[in-house]
Design a protein around this ligand. Structure first.
Ligand SMILES: *[C@@H]1O[C@H](CO)[C@@H](O)[C@H](O)[C@H]1NC(C)=O
Ligand SMILES: *[C@@H]1O[C@H](CO)[C@@H](O)[C@H](O)[C@H]1NC(C)=O
Ligand SMILES: *[C@@H]1O[C@H](CO)[C@@H](O)[C@H](O)[C@H]1NC(C)=O
Ligand SMILES: *[C@@H]1O[C@H](CO)[C@@H](O)[C@H](O)[C@H]1NC(C)=O
Length: 423
């Protein structure tokens, strides 16, 4: 048996372990057991002023190492690849890179440890079932004919316009590209703190790297979110997500299951980011990327890299998803609102982006600048074909605004949700 075959065997075992857990066959006796499983012993604990507790955990004792496949894994602190970055459009944007998270005011983690947001008892008590903790609700394609709800320039793969499905209980305003195999995506995402009307609703501004059709896809995601049920408040928080089956039974936010190997000593997944932008005031953005790279000669793995302004490329490495997204066929950038009151009246008041429509442009609407893809040439570049669309276009809009010929468009998206045109 070749090394490659052995590796595939290991891989299959890991994946079936993941789905066993998800199907609830691993029976957590209770909240205490679940907390013990989620939270690893801390070398140092930081009490953040926003109520978060950040545990500095030995880098080799983080949740991902619960998987036997990682037993002898040596964490690679730097990606073994270098992306060629095309000269990006540097529009004279007065937006600053956000580099801080609230907890950082209260301390930092010692060498050899990574900051992990502690899951507290109250976090688990907010969810209906412990088994669903840290998970997005499953995505189901709407059976009813909702084509007429959508508006936009449908993405095309060179010649054919492709209609993306409408999803139950979700409303999106996105920029989409398809037609190639993508191995990464990156963007500068403007940071806001939109209203979320009910505790079981959430709003995101993010990147999706996806493979698979309709409601049967694999996805690797990063961005910011306001998600009261998961985090217990309405702050804007940095997140990462993975799933192999459209959120049905695999994957989770952040480090709430074994998935990502976190290596960044300065950034805690799920922790609040600040400052946020204000209307016609200072704008802030985060630069986030998701990449699949060859880890060794025989394995593909993925990196989600956070760039900070000190030019050190911190990243969190995602190991257990080996086998996920051998190729991604679709990249989306934009916002999504989860609510049982989208595409209906009365519509949710949960906002997307800044809470203002895309037509408000810079300083008013939420922007995504330099939405780049990575293909097999390992260059970051603006996608060849893009489409924009909005599910609920009287409630949230999408606008790929090109200031003048020869400049790269900037994608604006969002809206207030319920308003006079979206009752
Ligand atoms: C769905 O609605 C659109 C627009 O109203 C219409 O063009 C299309 O034929 C409908 N499709 C089906 C399957 O009814
Ligand atoms: C474009 O998409 C259509 C519909 O999904 C598919 O039939 C066609 O093969 C695709 N073409 C290319 C060049 O990928
Ligand atoms: C796009 O379609 C045109 C016309 O069919 C074809 O000539 C061209 O090679 C295609 N480009 C790519 C990148 O597939
Ligand atoms: C959508 O929301 C309804 C409640 O309005 C709920 O019963 C249903 O389970 C939800 N479906 C999905 C797929 O989230």
């Amino acid at each position: 048996m070749t090394k490659l075959n052995i590796f595939r065997l290991v891989l299959i075992m890991v994946l079936s372990y993941l789905s066993d857990r998800a199907n609830g066959r691993v029976n957590f006796k209770g909240v205490d057991e679940k907390l013990k499983q989620l939270n690893k012993p801390a070398v140092k604990t930081i009490q953040s002023e926003d109520g978060d507790i950040i545990d500095c955990v030995d880098i080799y004792k983080q949740p991902a190492f619960d998987h036997s496949v990682l037993k002898n894994h040596v964490i690679q602190m730097k990606p073994n690849f270098k992306l060629k970055e095309e000269k990006l459009d540097t529009t004279s944007f007065s937006s600053k890179l956000v580099v801080s998270q609230t907890w950082q005011k209260s301390g930092s983690c010692p060498d050899g440890t990574v900051p992990i947001r502690r899951i507290q008892r109250k976090d688990l008590l907010r969810v209906k079932s412990i088994g669903r903790f840290g998970r997005k609700p499953q995505e189901i394609v709407s059976k009813s004919n909702t084509t007429n709800l959508k508006k936009g320039l449908y993405p095309s793969n060179n010649t054919t316009d492709v209609a993306l499905p409408t999803i139950v209980n979700r409303s999106a305003a996105n920029l989409v590209t398809l037609g190639y195999n993508y191995i990464g995506a990156k963007a500068e995402i403007n940071v806001w703190n939109p209203n979320v009307a009910a505790d079981d609703e959430f709003t995101t501004a993010q990147i999706w790297l996806k493979a698979g059709p309709g409601d049967n896809f694999e996805s690797l995601e990063t961005g910011w979110t306001v998600n009261p049920q998961l985090y217990g408040d309405r702050r804007t928080r940095l997140f990462a997500y993975w799933t192999k089956d459209s959120y049905k039974s695999t994957g989770c936010f952040d480090l709430t299951c074994s998935g990502f190997v976190h290596t960044n000593p300065d950034v805690a997944l799920g922790a609040a980011i600040e400052p946020v932008s204000s209307e016609f005031g200072q704008q802030y953005h985060v630069t986030l990327g998701v990449y699949m790279v060859t880890l060794t000669s025989m394995a593909l793995s993925h990196f989600s890299k956070i760039q900070t302004d000190n030019a050190i490329n911190h990243y969190y490495e995602q190991m257990n998803m080996i086998g996920l997204l051998k190729r991604s066929t679709l990249v989306e950038w934009g916002g999504q609102v989860y609510s049982t009151n989208v595409k209906k009246t009365p519509h949710t008041k949960t906002a997307m982006g800044s809470g203002q429509f895309a037509s408000g442009l810079f300083g008013n609407a939420c922007f995504i600048q330099n939405p780049n893809i990575v293909d097999y040439s390992l260059s970051l570049k603006y996608p060849e074909w893009v489409g924009t669309w909005a599910d609920d276009y009287y409630c949230y809009t999408a606008y790929n605004y090109q200031k003048s010929y020869g400049t790269l468009p900037i994608f604006y998206f969002g809206g207030p949700g319920q308003n006079p045109n979206c009752p």
